[in-house]
Design a protein around this ligand. Structure first.
Ligand code: NDP
Length: 256
């Protein structure tokens, strides 16, 4: 019998921000498809607990303490992955933060914090994994955007800029690394119930109802809704697909 095109047995994935929310949902999906997972985050206790949960699925999981905006830490993350597993097949750039403030009052430090964490980190991580993937004959990079990769929102200037940048950065590395058999694509989640959006719902009391009214599926997504697309983009099933951004949003971006 031929292997499933979605099979990830024996593969190794780094998932930044894999210790909770969407990152953990994608980690569960990859683990169920057979991949071992490196959980990279700043909160050590959360990363350890996520790794323990992933190991229950029968694969190996390694929690690592990493600030993805720090170049030396990112290089250390790749080194630690190669020491532990001897290979690296998949990178998911998922770590992200949000600081809500309109452009007229947003502090420059806050602008840099969001851009560094959400966009510069994707560059640093992709650059750090490239030599290993090239040498191995291929790899998969998945960048996490947002509905703010497509739409704007007055209270999210830095976040929207970072997520718009993710789409264009994805196209750039997809173009330059296709000849190395490295595919780079983005996932654009719709409104997903996580710590990030729970904070948003506290700050913006109308957000919950607005999202429900605007989402054709009439529900918020949950982190496991992202697992299938993450597995697809990590697997041989997507070997001739590169440079695209897939909304996973219950139809949010489909309507005008
Ligand atoms: P969470 O707040 O639940 O998760 C964010 C993750 O990012 C955490 O695991 C956190 O780890 C990690 N992280 C943040 N900063 C750093 C850093 N400097 N270094 C390493 N890790 C870091 O949010 P979500 O799961 O909702 O968000 C995940 C991604 O999905 C983000 O990129 C977000 O922008 C995007 N997204 C979310 C949507 C939603 O509706 N929830 C919609 C569209 C996009 P730690 O706690 O250890 O720092």
């Amino acid at each position: 019998m031929t292997a499933s095109p979605f099979d990830l047995s024996g593969k190794v994935a780094i998932i930044t921000g894999g210790n909770g929310g969407i990152g953990l949902g994608m980690a569960r999906g990859l683990a169920r498809a057979g991949a071992s997972v490196v959980i990279a985050g700043r909160n050590e206790a959360k990363s350890k607990s996520a790794a323990a949960e992933i190991e229950q699925l029968g694969v190996k999981a390694l929690p690592l303490n990493v600030d993805v905006a720090d170049k030396a830490a990112v290089i250390g993350m790749v080194d630690a992955t190669l020491s532990a597993f001897g290979r690296l097949d998949i990178l998911i750039n998922n770590a992200g933060i949000n600081i809500r403030n309109p452009a007229d009052t947003l502090d420059l430090d806050d602008w840099h914090k969001v851009i560094d964490t959400n966009l510069t980190s994707a560059f640093l991580c992709a650059q750090a994994v490239y030599p290993t993937m090239k040498k191995a004959g291929g790899g998969k990079i998945i960048n996490v955007g947002s509905m703010m990769s497509i739409f704007g929102a007055g209270f999210l200037p830095a976040y929207a800029a970072s997520k718009g940048g993710i789409v264009q950065f994805t196209k750039a590395i997809a173009s330059s690394w296709a000849q190395d058999n490295i595919q780079a694509n983005a996932i654009l989640p719709g409104w997903i119930d996580t710590e990030l959006t729970r904070r948003g719902r506290v700050q913006i009391p109308t957000l919950h109802e607005t999202v429900l009214a605007r989402t054709p599926a009439k529900r918020w997504g949950n982190p496991d809704d992202l697992a299938g697309t993450a597995v697809f983009l990590s697997s041989p099933a997507s070997d001739f697909l590169t440079g695209i951004s897939i909304p996973v949003d219950g139809g949010y971006s489909a309507q005008g």
